[in-house]
Design a protein around this ligand. Structure first.
Ligand SMILES: *Cc1c(COP(=O)(O)O)cnc(C)c1O
Length: 482
């Protein structure tokens, strides 16, 4: 199988769609478009027939990995299967053809969906108020940090530090420094949780907040979360929760009940939007009362006349995105939450946790877990013991591709050597988990008997082992089988 570039398939005059005439002559167009915006030459789009177009993109999709075709246990990413029905609902014409500039009296339905999704997220998280505006997790982090900053500026307190555990996701330190804060790294203890002594030493009146992921990126619940919150609160600092791992908590516990003041959600991880590849995301933020005045404008409110948009919020950090965020993603989350309900959501998290522990237990004799505790929705194993055979985690990840399995997240969190971070999610059957487990066991056997088979993997994929730096810096988009 080989696939030429769509530009190479192009033949002048072929087309897949016919657009209606625009009804204006060339000279007339010049009246409407300023001369410097007029195109000087042809656009250079590929010209192909409809079957050529369909076959091209169908083939490309077949040589990729995807949730629809492969098990995808990418830790920290919650690559679950998302029900197709929610895509269908979000694409209903009377929803996706709405325009945000329509009069409010004609958009009450969508405002109802947005408002109610916010209310459900409040219930799930124990937060007092939600904004759906941010477009992704990292955007939610930045929005939140700006709110924390506005709070302290308002109180005339000079706080310039944010504490971040060494197991944190890379977006945490980057959102903090983008907002002008100094990042202080907090050590993890031997159990993989925040080292309370090290934390206490670093909490003072200069600290604006701690950014904490719960469960953390080792897949462990911070047992001392109440102490952590007390230490921060006693010096007037906030507890920020990176809610990307909410898939472990829904219906079981609420961040608002364990000391969290502000958080973000990843609708595109937890609540039914596929992600990766640059598709639309949504990173709503939730806050407790103290931070409510700083939420982005507008907030969606309800009174006896219906839903309305509140722009009169003088302390707000302003807008962080056009209109109300990625509404299509919110509609999918709304449908997902309504279909599952409270009981269903609890089951989601319970099954996600059960699956991760099943994998951990079955594999830990061969890929030891550095932390012996029961994990939450993901487990972190290590292939450190494979190094004596000259095999590294990267090789194991590549070998998994030969079996049609997308590799787990590797070399993260950084505090575990040769890490494999596995998040199976609740949507996979026991049979699929067993195939994955048996494949990793077989790879462990191969490493004993024939390590070069693993070191030279993959053997069956469209492109074999790439120079990853060159592939990033100088991508060769034309594909030729080696
Ligand atoms: C995915 C993730 C983020 C960032 O979310 P994006 O939507 O990719 O910006 C932040 N923190 C953690 C722990 C994550 O897993």
């Amino acid at each position: 199988m080989s696939e030429a570039l769509i530009f190479e398939k192009s033949r002048k005059g072929r087309f897949a769609v016919s657009l209606p005439e625009i009804g204006l002559r060339k000279e007339e167009i010049k009246k409407f478009i300023p001369p410097n915006n007029l195109r000087k030459k042809e656009l250079g789009l590929p010209q192909v027939s409809e079957p050529d177009l369909v076959r091209h993109f169908t083939r490309l999709s077949q040589i990729n990995m995807s949730i629809d075709t492969n098990f995808y246990p990418l830790g920290s990413c919650t690559m679950k299967y998302n029900p197709k029905i929610n895509e269908t609902l979000a694409n209903l014409p009377h929803l996706c053809e709405l325009h945000p500039y329509q009069p409010l009296s004609t958009t009450q339905g969508i405002l109802h969906i947005l408002y109610e999704t916010g209310k459900m997220l409040e219930k799930i998280s124990g937060m007092d108020k939600i904004s759906l505006q941010p477009s992704a997790g990292a955007h939610g982090e930045r929005t939140s940090i700006l709110m924390v900053k506005a709070f302290f500026e308002d109180k005339k307190e000079k706080r310039d530090k944010i504490l971040i555990p060494d197991s944190a996701h890379g977006t945490n330190p980057s959102s903090s420094s983008l907002a002008g804060f100094k990042v202080v790294k907090i050590k993890s203890n031997s159990e993989g949780e925040v080292d309370l002594k090290h934390l206490s030493k670093n909490v003072n009146e200069k600290v604006a907040c701690i950014m904490l992921t719960v469960p953390n990126t080792l897949g462990l619940f911070e047992k001392n979360i109440l102490d952590i919150a007390n230490i921060l609160h006693s010096k007037g600092g906030f507890v920020y929760l990176d809610g990307a791992n909410l898939n472990a908590l829904t219906g079981i516990t609420k961040p608002g009940d364990f000391g969290v003041d502000i958080m973000h959600f990843n609708l595109h991880k937890t609540f039914s939007t596929p992600h990766g590849g640059g598709g639309p995301g949504s990173g709503p933020v939730g806050v407790k009362k103290a931070l409510e005045p700083y939420l982005p404008i507008p907030t969606i409110e309800k009174n006896e006349d219906g839903y309305w948009l509140n722009y009169q919020r003088p302390k707000s950090i302003g807008k962080v995105r056009s209109f109300y965020g990625n509404v299509g993603v919110v509609i999918k989350a709304y449908c997902y939450l309504r279909i599952l309900g409270k009981e269903g959501l609890r089951k989601v998290s319970e099954n996600a946790i059960l699956s991760a522990n099943y994998i951990r237990k079955k594999l830990e004799d061969y890929y030891p877990s550095p932390y012996k505790e029961v994990c939450m929705h993901e487990c972190v194993l290590s292939a450190q013991n494979k190094r004596e055979k000259g095999v590294r985690t990267l090789d194991i990840a590549k070998r998994l591709l030969d079996f049609g399995i997308h590799p787990p997240t590797i070399y993260f969190p950084h505090i575990v050597g040769e890490a494999l971070m596995i998040e199976p999610t609740e949507t996979e059957s026991k049979e699929t988990l067993d195939v994955f487990i048996n494949t990793l066991l077989q790879i462990a056997k191969e490493i004993e008997e024939n390590p070069s088979l693993v070191k030279e993997a993959p053997h069956t994929t469209p492109v074999l082992r790439l120079d990853e730096v060159q592939a990033n810096r100088n991508p060769k988009i034309k594909w030729e089988r080696e």
